[in-house]
Design a protein around this ligand. Structure first.
Ligand SMILES: *[C@@H]1O[C@H](CO)[C@@H](O)[C@H](O)[C@H]1NC(C)=O
Ligand SMILES: *[C@@H]1O[C@H](CO)[C@@H](O)[C@H](O)[C@H]1NC(C)=O
Length: 256
């Protein structure tokens, strides 16, 4: 009995302090702890779902379009005008995307071009520049053949020059007359004249003729002349005179 009494005593003693521990503060703290752990769990779930979504997105675009990786798929920042689209298509055509860029970059970047173009027989090379030049010439032809009242002087002159070059019937008709007149204007030329000895031959001067050719026609014969920065003193300019002859050796004279 004494034992059981003491046992009950112990049980009562041990039970009483346990009941006492659950104060209001303790209960509210444990509720708070529960809420915090719930919030943490919610955050973890949100985070993992966000990570999953992110890892899913590129794999979708990878499978749908390989270009998605090369060019931004954000449609708001992509130029979609007709010119942009055709330029982009042209670039893609010139590539060979069956080759990995790290294996053979040249084939990757230019494979399509090589497949679609051959060097014309009349040319030693063929490039994008040649194609652009041809296109530009067609555009220029249209511009030069269209008269306009609003043209500036320089454009008018270019149009006159172009039409004079294209007027073949008039060129045939005039024959060598323009050149002979030009030779006359620079003081004649022995082989172009029947009576050289008796007319101009006596007074003809090579220097005068070269000067006229250079000054009036910007045509360099025998001598080339230009103003250049002095190689030995870049603060100065020099007149550089160079002999234009068939010999490989060129003679340079510097006049300060
Ligand atoms: C060629 O020039 C002549 C004379 O200036 C002119 O009458 C003729 O219309 C021109 N022909 C062409 C095709 O421009
Ligand atoms: C011109 O004169 C040179 C000598 O000054 C002479 O050798 C040459 O035969 C002459 N030519 C003509 C076509 O008279």
């Amino acid at each position: 009995m004494g034992k059981s009494e003491s046992q009950m005593d112990i049980m009562e003693k041990s039970g009483k302090p346990g009941k006492r521990r659950w104060t209001v503060a303790e209960i509210s703290l444990s509720i708070l702890l529960l809420l915090v752990s719930c919030a943490l769990a919610g955050l973890v779930v949100l985070y993992t779902s966000a990570v999953k979504e992110q890892s899913n997105r590129p794999s979708v675009s990878k499978s749908s379009t390989r270009e998605g990786q090369l060019f931004r798929s954000d449609h708001n920042n992509v130029c979609t005008t007709a010119d942009c689209v055709s330029a982009a298509a042209w670039l893609l055509q010139n590539m060979d995307k069956s080759v990995k860029p790290c294996d053979n970059f040249y084939q990757y970047a230019c494979g399509g071009w090589l497949e679609r173009h051959v060097i014309p027989e009349t040319s030693s090379h063929h490039s994008v520049i040649d194609i652009l030049r041809d296109k530009l010439e067609i555009v220029l032809k249209g511009v030069l053949e269209t008269e306009s009242e609003q043209d500036r002087d320089a454009v008018k002159k270019a149009k006159v020059l172009y039409s004079s070059c294209m007027n073949e019937s008039l060129i045939e008709q005039r024959d060598s007359q323009p050149l002979l007149r030009l030779i006359e204007s620079i003081g004649d030329w022995p082989v172009a004249s029947d009576d050289w000895n008796t007319t101009t031959g006596e007074t003809w001067s090579l220097e005068d003729t070269l000067a006229t050719l250079t000054a009036r026609y910007h045509k360099k014969v025998l001598l080339d002349m230009n103003v250049w920065t002095d190689d030995q003193d870049s603060r100065r300019h020099i007149i550089c005179v160079r002999l234009l002859l068939i010999t490989a050796q060129t003679i340079s004279t510097v006049i300060y």
